[in-house]
Ligand binder design. Structure first.
Ligand code: SAH
Length: 259
């Protein structure tokens, strides 16, 4: 078996900075406007990079991780907007299935179907979900988030008891900031929990190269006009900490069984 190399993509530069701080002997390589930092975390070869935003940008970053850095597994952490009304800011969604909500090649094929793959959803195996859930759940049940981030900081964003959800994530090249836009997505894809701009694209690239993938998203906003979250502060104080804690737990939880 080849040595595992984990690729970690973050949707915000602040999120990957925290992860880089966990690395031994970090080495920076710039390719195509992206800075890849390689080194080890807990002795496991790891490459960390800011994905950049949108499906094309994230796909190109994922392809470089696969072809140049020979990753054997990919983890994506970032923020997302809530679509399902049960989700609150500060909750986390672990992707079970990913779909590109703006992909529509009708009448050639069904709405949302990925051309040539004949698939609509990219799915994470049940076994992997089980391992991931077990590894991250303590963050939510043991008050680790509250303790590490501070209850007063969380309270600023109305976060009290964050929850972990497992389900569908939709990705597309649109930032959702209107109730009407959100309703449309919900009507077309009722099982979708949250929306973002990279996950399903990265999942497709990974699927095509037989690389196991994990997408974990922290809810930063409610994807509508009401979301007056202080985005930069949320990223620096909350979601970057979430990413750090999630990655730490994944590594502690013995990452190899995922692949
Ligand atoms: N507006 C931010 C910039 C990035 S937002 C800023 O001011 O700094 C884009 C990132 O957030 C993407 O990675 C996307 O995946 C995620 N995201 C968070 N909320 C989203 C929403 N409501 N709609 C779409 N993408 C969202």
């Amino acid at each position: 078996m080849t040595n595992p190399t984990i690729g970690i993509m973050g949707a915000m530069p602040e999120e990957i900075d925290g992860v880089i701080s966990l690395m031994d002997k970090p080495k920076r390589t710039v390719i195509g406007m992206r800075a890849y930092t390689s080194g080890t975390i807990n002795g496991i070869n790891t490459v960390v990079v800011f994905s950049r935003w949108g499906k094309v940008a994230a796909s190109a970053t994922a392809a470089t991780l696969i072809h140049i850095f020979n990753i054997t597994e990919l983890i994506f952490t970032g923020v997302a907007g809530a679509i399902d009304s049960t989700l609150k800011i500060g909750d986390v969604v672990l992707a079970k299935r990913l779909i590109q909500h703006d992909l529509d090649a009708r009448p050639l094929m069904g709405r949302f179907e990925i051309p040539l793959l004949g698939m609509t959803y990219l799915e994470v195996p049940e076994e992997t979900i089980g391992i991931l859930k077990e590894t991250i759940a303590p963050l939510f049940t043991n008050g680790i988030l509250q303790e590490s981030i501070g209850e007063n900081v969380l309270a600023e964003f109305g976060i009290n008891t964050p929850n972990l959800h497992i389900g569908d994530i939709a990705s597309g090249d649109q930032f959702f900031a209107a109730e009407a836009q959100k309703k449309q997505l919900n009507a077309a894809l009722p099982t979708v929990l949250c929306v973002e701009m990279e996950g399903a694209a990265v999942a497709q690239v990974c699927y095509e190269h037989s690389i196991p993938f994990t997408v974990i998203r922290t809810i930063s906003d409610t994807a509508d006009e009401k979301s007056h979250v202080d985005f930069p502060r949320f990223i620096s104080k909350v979601s970057s900490q979430y990413s750090l804690l999630i990655v730490q737990h994944l590594y502690r939880g013995h990452i190899q069984p995922l692949s």
